[in-house]
Design a protein around this ligand. Structure first.
Ligand code: 5GP
Length: 121
């Protein structure tokens, strides 16, 4: 499927330094920062630096170094965020997934006991 990236999205502006962020970790291919409206004690967003709109876009088209760099950032965020007891990684995607920001991001959520993910689980 075609993926169209809008470089005016808020995370693109964060990557360009036009909007401040509270950085947790950064490497050549990814940036991790605290969610502005945390849903849990730990709520970090990990984003690739490349122009990918969603997880499926990133998984299909990101280069191997970009994918490795992104996952290395996820690992580092988990290592330093105090989620030894567990966490949830979420990538909301497009309309059905209720994705608000059209730049691929992974939520790392934890720091305390979470509820079940979906009603009825
Ligand atoms: P989505 O619904 O797209 O999966 O999640 C977008 C997330 O980005 C939300 O949890 C929201 O709180 C967060 N967010 C939106 N704007 C900003 C911002 O300007 N800075 C930060 N740090 N987080 C933001």
């Amino acid at each position: 499927m075609p993926f169209t990236y809008d470089d005016q999205n808020i995370f693109a502006k964060i990557l360009r330094g036009e909007i401040p962020n509270s950085t947790v970790f950064e490497n050549d291919h990814a940036l991790a920062f605290h969610d502005i409206n945390p849903g849990a004690k730990v709520h970090v967003l990990v984003i690739p630096k490349g122009p990918y709109v969603s997880l499926d876009h990133f998984a299909a088209q990101a280069t191997a170094p970009e994918q490795v760099g992104f996952m290395a950032a996820v690992a580092e965020v988990c290592r330093i965020s105090g989620v030894e007891e567990g966490f949830r990684a979420i990538a909301n995607t497009r309309a059905h997934g209720v994705q608000d920001v059209p730049h691929f991001h992974m939520h790392i959520i934890g720091g305390a006991q979470l509820g079940r993910m979906l009603p009825g689980d």
